[in-house]
Structures are given as C-alpha cells and as structure tokens.
Design a protein around this ligand. Structure first.
Ligand code: C5P
Length: 213
C-alpha cells in the first residue's frame, strides 16, 4: 500500500489547522498546511511591489517558492490571508503549487507513513484518491469570534465586526471562484466544530478517520 493521506478542507478559522495537526500527531503522519503556500506567494508578490491579482507576477512567485519561505511569521497575519485568497483564484498559481502538495503526500518527509494536508481543495483536486476526507466547518460568527480572540491574544488590535465582514468576503471569494471552489466533495465527511472544543473535534475526527482507514 502507498502512503496514507488524510485530506482536510474547510473555510478559514473552522479549526482545520489545529485539528489537522492533532490528527497528524496522533497517527504519526506528516502535516502540511497548504494555506501557507498561497500566503507565501501572496506575500512575496506584495513585498516585491506587485499585485496579488496579477497572473504573471503571482505565477512567477509561486514557482520560486522554497520550503524555507513557509516559516515567515508574517504569513499568519490578515494581510497575507487576504493576498492568499487573491492569488488562489489564479489558475496558473494553483497549477504551480499542485506539484509541491502532491509530492508531499506521495513522499511524506522524515519517512512518515502518510500525511495530513489541510486546505480548500485537498479532497477535490490535490488528493482526490485520499481514503479519508474531512470537511471541517463552523458557523461564520463562530469562526470570526475565534479569529478575533486568536489575533487579540497575539497582541494585534482588531475589530470583531471587521473580521466577520472580511471573513464573509473571503468565504464568498473562495466558494465562487471558477477553479477549485471551496465545496465538500461527495465522499467527504462534514464535521461542524461550532459546538465542539479542541478535544471534541479531535475525537470526532479520529472516530471518522479510524472507521475509514
Ligand atoms: O487556510 P488559510 O487561511 O491559510 O488560506 C488562505 C487562503 O488560501 C484561503 O482563503 C484560500 O483562498 C487559499 N487556499 C486555497 N487552497 C488551499 C489552501 C488555501 O485556495 N488548498
């Protein structure tokens, strides 16, 4: 058998990242946060003075990415998130980042027996053959609240109503784009974390994963 792949998709601040990391740790799998690839691409273009809506500049930035670029703390900020969702709508950027993601799943680093990838199109495009697919979601107000608390904890001054508005805009952009829109595939299990804490989400995910591996 080839390596085991767990695909986790869903909107921003649904708890995907925390959950994906915990599932990977529990099952001894490698973990890739694919949003970082889009964030790093968007940030690189912005830093070079370009626009995250420019197809040529963004494709070039995506092709030039190196794994080291994924460690920049600025990638976690809202500016990088906004730039990410813009570059993510450009087909050439998605194509450029596809190989990196598939290689990670096919040959997980450090000899791991598999990998957890989280993003928006892992189950639909990147790893359609993954035996385990979770679509992790939560109410938009709950997600905005989580992001607000997370940013405040990091000392960033933010207004919750603005976060909610930005999140609704980003969701709409991710859901309505013509390439790889954010929608659960037919064989994904939907996990709503609105009323679950971290442990509750992990137990639910492991139960679903265990049943399908
Ligand atoms: O998950 P994260 O908030 O880091 O993702 C940032 C943006 O990158 C998302 O809003 C989405 O537009 C894009 N993205 C994507 N496909 C992925 C991961 C992220 O389009 N697999």
């Amino acid at each position: 058998a080839g390596p085991l792949t767990v695909a986790i998709d869903g909107p921003a601040a649904a708890g995907k990242g925390t959950l994906a990391r915990a599932v990977a740790a529990r099952l001894g799998l490698a973990y890739l946060d694919t949003g970082l690839l889009y964030r790093a691409t968007g940030l690189a273009v912005r830093r070079a003075g370009g626009s995250p809506d420019d197809p040529a500049a963004t494709e070039q930035a995506a092709r030039a990415l190196s794994p080291d670029d994924l460690n920049d703390p600025a990638l976690r900020g809202e500016a990088a998130g906004d730039a990410a969702s813009r570059v993510a709508a450009i087909p050439a950027v998605r194509a450029a980042l596809l190989e990196f993601q598939r290689a990670f799943a096919a040959q997980p680093p450090d000899g791991a027996r598999g990998a957890v990838l989280d993003g928006r199109d892992i189950g639909s495009v990147v790893c359609p053959e993954a035996p385990v697919k979770l679509f992790v979601t939560a109410r938009v107000e709950t997600r905005a609240r989580r992001r607000f608390l997370e940013l405040r904890e990091r000392g960033t001054e933010v207004i919750e109503s603005r976060i909610l508005r930005d999140m609704e805009e980003r969701d709409a952009r991710d859901r309505s784009r013509s390439v790889a829109p954010l929608v659960p595939v037919a064989d994904a299990v939907v996990l709503d974390t609105s009323d679950l804490d971290r442990d509750g989400a992990l137990s639910a995910a492991l139960a679903l994963t265990g049943a399908r591996v």
